[in-house]
Write a protein that binds this ligand. Structure first.
Ligand code: MOS
Length: 698
């Protein structure tokens, strides 16, 4: 019998324990720590996409009262070599993307720094740049692996070409998604304090150990001399999982001036300096027999990366686990372009990839004359199609059935343009969600005093998800005490090491380490002290390394997304009066914060379907719509009813809490559900996101 978490507090809708601090403004974010003698850094960004800095004239900037230093490649401290060349700030005269740091001013106020930066004169030797992604480029290459080594680049099974030729029904379509930029409400921000002992950072990030290790490497410091604190973070979505150049620049400025330095990226700067999701061109080929059973699935992705660092969006990865078919192929090919470095963003891979796969499944359902839910159920795999391993649990069909009932799917007339209300065409669509349920190594320390108060320490990070609350609940149940007795200490590299708040693996990983630490403490207390805490208190640490069952089972969360849309026949305007998401993600630790996360994910999916796109100007190699006036994100008026629910699963293979991640599941499939509903409403199939009105008008 496996050890499992007892459930008293977990599963209850506790209010956020950091809620009061947040709404009263006492929760301090990275930029908000008051410091004696603080200074500000402001960067000068390259205005070319490729070439060299020939000279920098900083005389006018230096002459401005309040300017402390101007830094560039000729006077900057030398850094140690870093894995990610994006972090080699001011280490050479090379310009490798538009918006790169080429100089920076440190000054007494942020306004002076900004004004002085505008006075720095940079002369470039410009070289022709190459920034346009096309599927027919001759120089596409196959990366060694994708998603920084997480997945293999290609998979093959059977004979796709032969199966396509002999399929009764087949489909061959290209789906495209634009670049997207991460835009957390709190911009990327760092405060650095350099001293003889080392450096302390207040930094907005998804994992302080990740930032600590990169800074220690770059500045040749022992890791224990770098402390990174991130108690409250206003969103990250992947873009704060690993450091970007602003962290290095801020530390460098603090080192050079021996003064504390603050830096918060402006919204515009975030469009070159904080990662982004690369655009994808996805060719999807499906073949099926007369009953709609898939005989083949091929998903071939073309996308881009930067010249200086490779990041490959794993867009075809979800296709590897979704449906059974004897002949299967997934591939990823990259163009290396003179653009900023792409990175993690909101369900990397699954998010754009499932737009393609789930749109194609809808098209196949139409071609087969089958209901799209029935088509998915017929192609439900008995085991993971890629690895042959059984699923630890797989709730897709249950979610589809539950969703169909709640949404009123049974009364749907499958014909396009069947429903109309005045000048609005009405349609409904469905799509599946999936995301891996994974864990990463973590350690935790639990201490108890005589009064029965528990301190739980772990370098977990709450990026707005509710981790403060969920981990307190897990600790309380693991210790068998009321949550009021638990004092959590997170968001600090001085706490025991843990992985980033990313990959939807936070709660599962940190929770498992806390569970182990709590179990160790309870064992010590009973075995060594007969159950009563000694005068000096007692502590125990616990670690989680890897889940041995991850080698035996395929572990994923699933979901079903339903959308109703209204499309105006005169203007092409699309409205989404109703979204429903039904998810199967193990046991939900806190239904209140979980609902909020899933609702947020679905809203991001709606945003992806209708609004978001970064627009590249190929003449300059720059993303031009770099602010919230022009990079459109769904706002309250765009979101109507979003209904979120789930099916509880007990899955002790995944972890003692039975918890699968939910951070990214909510966004996956939403855009396809909306696109499928738009097709149902209008008869127009949009394979290129976002679904703007021009694409719906004749
Ligand atoms: Mo998320 S893109 O794994 O931070």
């Amino acid at each position: 019998m496996k050890t499992q978490l007892i459930t008293r507090t977990t599963g209850a809708p506790l209010n956020r324990i950091d809620g009061v601090q947040k709404v009263t403004g006492t929760a301090k974010y990275a930029y908000e720590y008051p410091l004696e003698g603080v200074t500000y850094v402001f960067p000068v960004q390259s205005t070319i996409a490729r070439g060299m800095v020939v000279s920098i004239d900083a005389s006018a900037a230096r002459a401005l009262p309040g300017v402390i230093a101007v830094l560039w490649h000729e006077n900057a401290p030398q850094l140690a070599p870093v894995d990610d060349a994006e972090l080699a700030v001011f280490q050479s005269d090379a310009v490798v993307y538009h918006g790169q740091f080429v100089a920076a001013v440190v000054a007494e106020t942020s306004e002076i720094a900004r004004q002085a930066a505008s006075l720095v004169v940079v002369h470039y030797e410009e070289q022709p740049h190459d920034v346009e992604l096309r599927a027919d480029r001759g120089d596409l290459y196959k990366p060694q692996s994708i998603a920084l080594g997480y997945y293999q680049t290609d998979t093959f099974d059977g004979d796709v070409e032969a199966a396509l030729t002999s399929a009764t029904v087949s489909l061959d379509q290209v789906y495209t998604t634009p670049p997207y930029h991460n835009n957390p409400l709190e911009p990327h921000a760092t405060t650095a304090i350099w001293s003889d002992e080392g450096v302390t950072l207040y930094d907005s990030n998804q994992g302080s150990h990740s930032i600590r290790d990169a800074v220690a490497t770059a500045f040749r410091l022992p890791p224990e001399r770098v402390r990174v604190i991130a108690r409250y973070v206003g969103g990250g979505f992947g873009s704060k999982a690993f450091p970007h150049p602003h962290v290095i620049l801020t530390v460098m400025a603090a080192q050079a001036t021996k003064r504390p330095v603050k830096f918060a990226l402006t919204r515009q700067q975030m469009f070159a300096l904080a990662g982004y999701r690369p655009p994808t061109i996805q060719r999807m080929r499906l073949g099926a027999d007369r009953n709609g059973r898939l005989t083949t699935i091929a998903h071939d992705v073309v996308e881009q990366t930067a010249t200086i660092h490779e990041f490959a969006e794993p867009a075809a990865v979800p296709t590897r686990v979704m449906y059974a078919a004897p002949n299967r192929r997934t591939t990823h090919r990259l163009a290396r372009l003179d653009l900023p470095v792409p990175s993690w963003m909101r369900a990397p891979g699954e998010c754009p990839g499932m737009f393609a796969l789930e749109s194609a499944m809808d098209e196949l359902a139409v071609a087969c004359g089958l209901d799209p839910i029935e088509l998915r159920i017929r192609n439900e795999p008995a085991v993971d199609p890629e690895t042959g391993r059984p699923f630890s649990s797989r709730g897709l069909v249950a979610c589809l059935r539950e969703g169909a009932q709640r949404f009123g799917w049974a009364s749907r007339d499958p014909r396009p343009r069947a429903r109309r209300d005045g000048s609005w065409l009405i349609g409904t669509g469905v799509a599946a969600s999936t995301f891996p349920a994974s864990q990463r190594p973590a350690t935790a320390l639990v201490q108890v005093d005589r009064a029965g108060n528990y301190h739980v320490r772990i370098d977990a990070t709450d990026i707005g998800t509710g981790a403060w609350t969920a981990l307190t609940q897990i600790a309380a149940d693991a210790l068998e005490v009321r949550p009021e007795r638990v004092q959590l200490e997170i968001g600090d590299s001085a706490q025991p090491k843990a992985g980033v708040a990313g990959g939807s693996a936070g709660t599962a990983s940190w929770g498992w380490a806390i569970f182990n630490a709590a179990s160790a403490l309870r064992a010590r207390l009973h075995e060594e002290y007969g159950g009563s805490v000694p005068a000096e208190g007692l502590e125990a640490s616990g670690a989680f390394d890897t889940n041995p069952e991850a080698q035996q089972f395929s572990m994923h969360a699933f979901g079903a997304q339903f959308a109703e849309v209204r499309v105006n026949v005169t203007t092409g305007e699309v409205r989404v009066p109703r979204l429903l998401g039904v998810f199967a993600a193990g046991r939900i630790i806190n239904p209140k914060t979980a609902r909020s996360q899933l609702l947020g994910g679905m809203t991001m999916g709606l945003s992806m379907a209708l609004h978001e796109a970064s627009v590249l100007d190929p003449r300059f190699g720059d993303y031009v719509n770099h602010d919230f006036a022009e990079y459109h994100i769904a706002t309250n008026a765009d979101v109507s009813t979003v209904d979120v629910t789930w099916i509880d699963e007990e899955d002790l293979h995944v972890n003692p809490m039975s918890a699968k991640g939910i951070g990214e599941l909510g966004i996956v499939g939403t855009a396809a559900a909306i696109a499928n509903a738009v097709y149902h409403a209008t008869g127009i199939r949009i394979r290129d996101l976002p679904i703007t009105l021009d694409k719906l008008l004749p």
